[in-house]
Design a protein around this ligand. Structure first.
Ligand code: MOS
Length: 739
């Protein structure tokens, strides 16, 4: 195994020579045809040669209190039922006998909490029987479901990824000829709503279990499963060949996996459990609602004197995760003082966890709207004002940025979008019933690096195989890993195969936090470099003096077929990438600028986004087509966050009123305007030898704020309570008009 730590600035390497010329190109997805023809096998599609038993979860209909018994008399007698397993602290040795089961009263933490699994021969039988299970509850504790009601009880949480509070510099307050804003924003609970629901097929062979399940990070998932199932990690094989979206909702362990594994062990046959859409919403995790207060004070002259970003977020008691809306604010703008706090309130809703761009996605909705408000008060152009606030080093701790070209994004975006045609005053442009405006916002997202391994094998026939447990969650991991190997070894793409998503393969950091392609791509790079060095050594040349291209090796003025230099048993290397010092010495972020034209109906307050542009600085781009698609996807997420997405909570019972895709409003094609994505494609030599950074979550950061700012510019009314639905926008317009 060859380990490389990200220590020091990376110079040029084989990737920069572009001998093969495939890295960065808009290569089609290797799995594209399989995906659109039904050939891609997702977890629940897997066919066993043994008959699959099917489990259906019984979930709590109460938000608080205790479960005292499950009356399973009728359910047990229902056709096809094989067993009913209640949820236990620890796990049941067998399905309990009797009509009333629940071994000991168990606390109900939220509506939708899984209580039991009914297993039957078919899905329909399991579901029908699950409906017959009667749950007895006691205790009538009033639930805490609404963050606004709990804000006074919010407390400082422990550190999670970040410290909750950051204070730098001292506040001087408003003085002289400056302006300030001090405004409060609210964002609602949201759900990941990946297209593929959480699903597991469990099968045991002896004391080993194979779990075909929809996970983003197999290694992390397996660690958690080992703890819960009480077995060693090496007895669990977790396979996620294809994952139909995750967005953070599949980063940990999924509860249906635990039930499926246990039921399968007890029944002695494979068990499949697929969550319904409503269960995905109510029983997995969500993004916390937030209350955010932004206070900004401008300096007399130019720039910012003070930035304050104070967030209140929610989670269940005893959960350690908290949504960090202030994270982008830590590194975005220069100011004389910076004051960021996070407070956590206990709420009895399904666990709040990571959802796409945790922190920035909702934090930028507040910060970047407040920046727009301050620019307007100062009579400054919002693009120019942001450029005034550009820091030289990291605003929080003075470290250098690994690379940063936010100003380039702002300028290029303004130029391409036609920002100079924007009227200074809001509410100037009308197109029939539609008021039309332009808005913009900056984007920032952390670039994170974590330990990853990949194995590369060059066979004697000249083909290459890449193996790692990295997942492809719709992002294109199969394709970009193949591109790195193809470029590094000078082998055409059609001679590279990639195996992913299996804990039997070398373990990676998986897909999350936008780090998948960079971290595991670096591991592939390391392994390929190792193989190239061995080929060079065999020829007696320096690796750099050797060209690898189209399956040929050119060295010392001779050309060889690559395959002819490979020993019969092939060449194999295991690459291991580690974060190293660079992630301490430098601040690593990606940047962008969003521009939006939006129309607001003067009659109804309905918003139609007319066009969007994002210009991004996110290191080297590995695949122009896939990267563009990812950023477009993130920007569409921004439309959802600004205009539609909201889990509506019934304040009486704590259930989600719109807990399905019929009522939870995600943008559909008709909501999505033409979207233009531009990459500055500047390499980040402090990030990793590929000089890439994470791109997956950058598109969502700031895009919703640009929409909100365009709405204001269209109609002259500010609304700070997301999502900006027609009722709220219309009320804000009436308020602004003094109606
Ligand atoms: Mo992410 S929110 O770590 O998929």
């Amino acid at each position: 195994m060859t380990t490389l730590k990200m220590d020091g600035k990376f110079g040029s390497n084989r990737l920069d020579r572009e001998d093969q010329g495939v890295l960065g190109k808009p290569v089609d997805r290797l799995d594209g045809v399989r995906k659109v023809t039904g050939g891609a096998v997702y977890s629940a599609d897997w066919r066993s040669d043994q008959p699959l038993a099917v489990g259906y979860l019984v979930c709590s209909t109460r938000g608080t209190g205790r479960v005292t018994a499950l009356d399973v008399k009728l359910a047990r007698q229902a056709p096809g039922v094989l067993a009913i397993y209640p949820r236990l602290p620890g796990l049941p040795a067998t399905a309990p006998a009797g009509d009333l089961i629940y071994p000991q009263p168990a606390e109900v933490r939220h509506v939708g909490a899984p209580l039991a699994l009914v297993v039957a021969e078919t899905f329909e039988q399991a579901r029908a029987a699950a409906i017959l299970v009667k749950v007895a509850y006691d205790g009538d504790v009033p639930g805490r479901y609404i963050l606004g009601d709990e804000r006074a009880r919010a407390r400082k949480p422990g550190p999670f990824l970040f410290e909750p509070d950051h204070l730098r510099g001292s506040k001087k307050g408003l003085s002289g000829d400056t302006a300030a804003v001090d405004v409060e924003f609210t964002t609602p609970p949201q759900t990941h709503a990946a297209m593929e629901p959480h699903a597991t097929i469990a099968s045991w062979e002896g004391d080993k279990v194979t779990l075909r399940a929809s996970y983003q990070m197999l290694n992390r998932g397996r660690q958690a499963l080992a703890r819960v199932l009480g077995i060693a990690e090496d007895r669990i094989r977790l396979i996620s060949t294809f994952v139909g979206g995750g967005f953070g909702g599949k980063t940990g362990m999924s509860v249906e996996t635990v039930f499926a594994a246990q039921a399968s062990r007890l029944l002695g046959r494979p068990v499949k459990v697929v969550m319904t859409r409503r269960q995905v919403f109510a029983a997995t995790s969500r993004r916390s609602e937030t209350i955010q207060r932004i206070s900004l004070v401008a300096r007399a002259g130019k720039g910012l004197a003070e930035i304050g970003h104070h967030s209140i977020v929610a989670n269940l008691p005893h959960e350690i995760f908290w949504e960090p809306p202030g994270v982008g604010t830590m590194n975005l703008y220069a100011s004389d003082s910076l004051d960021i706090t996070h407070r956590l309130a206990e709420i009895d809703l399904v666990r709040a966890g990571m959802m796409r761009a945790p922190g920035e996605a909702v934090g930028m909705l507040a910060l970047e709207v407040a920046m727009d408000e301050l620019a307007e008060k100062l009579g400054k152009d919002p693009v120019a004002f942001r450029i005034e606030c550009e820091p030289v080093v990291d605003p929080l701790d003075g470290k250098p940025f690994s690379a940063r070209n936010l100003v380039g994004c702002l300028k290029e975006g303004a130029r391409r979008f036609g920002w100079d045609r924007r009227q200074t005053q809001p509410g100037q442009r009308r197109d029939g019933e539609w008021l039309v405006g332009m808005g913009m916002a900056a984007a920032i997202r952390l670039n994170i690096f974590d330990s990853s391994q990949a194995r590369v094998r060059l066979s004697a026939d000249g083909t290459v195989r890449v193996e790692t447990d990295l997942t492809d969650i719709g992002t294109g991991s199969y394709t970009v890993m193949a591109q790195v190997a193809s470029e590094m070894l000078g082998v055409p793409m059609d001679r590279v195969t990639v195996a992913l998503g299996d804990t039997d393969l070398p373990l990676s950091a998986g897909s999350g936090g936008s780090w998948g392609a960079s971290t595991t791509g670096t591991a592939v790079f390391i392994a390929c470099q190792d193989i190239a060095a061995r080929i060079a050594a065999g020829l007696g040349v320096e690796p750099d003096a050797m060209t690898l291209k189209d399956g040929q090796v050119i060295a010392a003025n001779k050309t060889y077929a690559l395959a002819s230099l490979v020993p019969p048993r092939g060449l194999e290397a295991l690459g291991h990438a580690e974060p190293g010092a660079n992630y301490q010495t430098h601040v690593h972020s990606t940047f962008g600028a969003h521009f939006v034209e939006a129309a607001v109906s003067a009659l109804t307050g309905e918003v139609r986004v007319r066009r969007m542009l994002g210009v991004f600085d996110a290191g080297r781009i590995m695949n122009a087509k896939l990267a563009r698609s990812q950023l477009i996807g993130g920007m569409i997420f921004g439309i959802g966050g600004a205009l539609g997405e909201e889990l509506v909570v019934d304040p009486r019972y704590g259930n989600f009123i719109n807990g399905d895709l019929g009522d939870y409003l995600i943008p559909v094609n008709a909501d999505v305007p033409p979207i233009d994505v531009v990459f500055l494609d500047e390499q980040d030599a402090w990030a990793n030898p590929l000089k890439t950074k994470g791109i997956g979550e950058l598109g969502i950061s700031g895009s919703g704020a640009a929409i909100a700012n365009a709405i204001y510019h269209a109609c002259g009314a500010r609304c700070r309570d997301f999502p900006l639905t027609p009722d709220k926008v219309f009320a804000a317009m009436e308020h602004a008009a003094g109606v």
